[in-house]
Design a protein around this ligand. Structure first.
Ligand code: ATP
Ligand code: MG
Length: 444
């Protein structure tokens, strides 16, 4: 990602209009005024917090890139008593979806007094009347226990729906704010809905919550579900390591999620440092040849008589030749199964080398993504939800809640979805992986 391809204005969040309603958070329970942590719209968080960059900006007189600070606003656009909110979850499952839904409902209901909240079933499909999915009334009673379960109580879907028709549905149902919980696709959908709303002169706020287990959203240091994902993967790697050491020349391969970005594989490998090879989409490798992966694996097995390999689902796609490109309903390319390819190639290679080897292949992807959120993600989901509510109540729209240098932010969706966040193979994370695994920098 090249920061120079962005302009300062790209980072300014749009808003529906003047904020004339005093926030109910402004008065304490006893009616006395409290100095809460109200945030003003011009409070901003620096993109690059280094002193060098700050000095450079001061010298040049150019304002540095920054993000709007999230948090409660003293003045709101919407009057809570007349506000109807809707929530939708789209794309693949991810730990924490139910936590976010619960926190949105609780925050809207108890903190702001918004009592009219509906859940849209099965992703954007739920906004298409042709499917006949009925909205679900969401109250504290309905959501109080849902954080105990993985998945999404609203269900999800992939596949594009007609934008105009979705806006018709929002309008017909008098919805004032829509919270979309999803990844890059969902956020892109959120933004085109927001554009159509603006075109029609409607006042409906569109707020996004960044769900991606892959942690691949730009300008957001952590998305919800990611931490649960690598935390769940870590003991699986431990067990896979036990499998590998349990056989002479035992080789265990674990495939983890990571369609275009290998953050789960890299981070899980740091959490369980028995891993010897991490294969990610960002670092292309070859199987064959003197410096290829198979030779490196052979060296490792000869030295220690076992090896643990972690592979992200999008790694090694260059190794597949021919075959049609297959896409899912949302148009995402379905990757070929690198785990199975590795299993077969490793088995064949060791046979060819006349070496005994036992290869075990483990794919826990779907178990991981349907886990309930861990305690850290639970806390994170609640904060994301509260900040999404604060933003939407203040009339902000077409935004996603982010996190940068430990501060919650509001980002205009186009900057977050312009490119995908990837591991920098010259950066600290990847260097830590190389140090931990001892794998060669280059396997080509
Ligand atoms: P993940 O890929 O992490 O599971 P995602 O949100 O990227 O999550 P997708 O299935 O790609 O999941 O997209 C979610 C929904 O958003 C789908 O219904 C998809 O059709 C819709 N969508 C994606 N891009 C757009 C777009 N540009 N305009 C309208 N709708 C879109
Ligand atoms: Mg996606």
């Amino acid at each position: 990602m090249d920061i120079n391809s962005f302009k300062i204005e790209d980072f300014y969040v749009e808003s529906l209009g003047e904020t004339k309603v005093e926030s109910p958070l402004y008065k304490s329970y006893s009616g006395t005024e409290i100095v809460k942590e109200f945030v003003k719209d011009d409070q901003r968080v620096l993109y690059d917090a280094s002193l060098e960059s700050f000095k450079k900006a001061m010298e040049s007189g150019n304002e540095p890139i920054s993000f709007e600070k999230a948090g409660p606003r003293k003045d709101l656009f919407f009057n809570p008593a007349n506000t109807k909110a809707a929530i939708v979850t789209c794309g693949g499952l991810c730990p924490g979806l139910n936590n976010v839904i619960r926190s949105l409902v609780m925050g809207l209901y108890y903190r702001y007094g918004v009592k009219n909240i509906v859940g849209i079933p099965y992703g954007y499909q739920g906004l298409n009347p042709e499917y006949g999915h009925k909205f679900i009334n969401l109250t504290p009673e309905v959501v109080k226990d849902i954080h105990l379960f993985g998945g999404s109580i609203l269900g999800s879907s992939r596949g594009r729906q007609d934008i105009s028709m979705m806006v018709d549905t929002l309008e017909r149902n008098n919805i004032n704010m829509l919270f979309t919980i999803g990844g890059d696709g969902t956020l892109a959908g959120n933004y085109v809905i927001a554009e159509e709303i603006e075109r029609r002169g409607l006042k409906i706020a569109l707020a996004g919550l960044p769900k991606t287990i892959d942690n691949d959203v730009n300008f957001i240091q952590k998305t919800f579900g990611f931490e649960t994902a690598f935390t769940t993967a870590a003991p699986i790697l431990r067990d896979a390591h036990n499998e590998a050491t349990g056989a002479y020349n035992g080789i265990a391969i674990v495939k983890l999620m990571g369609r275009d970005s290998g953050f789960i594989a890299a981070t899980a490998a740091l959490a369980m440092p028995d891993v010897n090879f991490v294969l990610v989409p960002e670092n292309e490798f070859e199987l064959k040849g003197e410096n290829g992966f198979l030779n490196s694996l052979k060296q490792r097995v000869m030295e220690r008589n076992h090896a643990l390999v972690v592979v992200a689902e999008g790694a090694g796609q260059n190794l597949f030749t021919g075959g049609d490109v297959v896409k899912d309903a949302s148009g995402n390319i379905k990757h070929k199964d690198i785990g199975l390819l590795l299993k077969d190639e490793i088995g064949a290679f060791f046979k060819e080398q006349g070496m005994e080897a036992t290869v075990k292949y483990i794919d826990p992807s779907y178990i991981i993504r349907s886990e309930p959120a861990n305690p850290s993600d639970s806390i994170f989901c609640t904060s994301l939800a509260m900040n999404a509510i604060h933003g939407a109540m203040a009339g902000k729209t077409g935004f996603v809640v982010g996190r940068w240098n430990n501060v919650f932010t509001y980002l205009p969706i186009p900057v977050a979805t312009k490119t995908r966040k990837k591991i920098d193979v010259n950066g600290e994370l990847w260097w830590s992986v190389l140090e931990s695994t001892g794998q060669p920098m280059n396997m080509k």
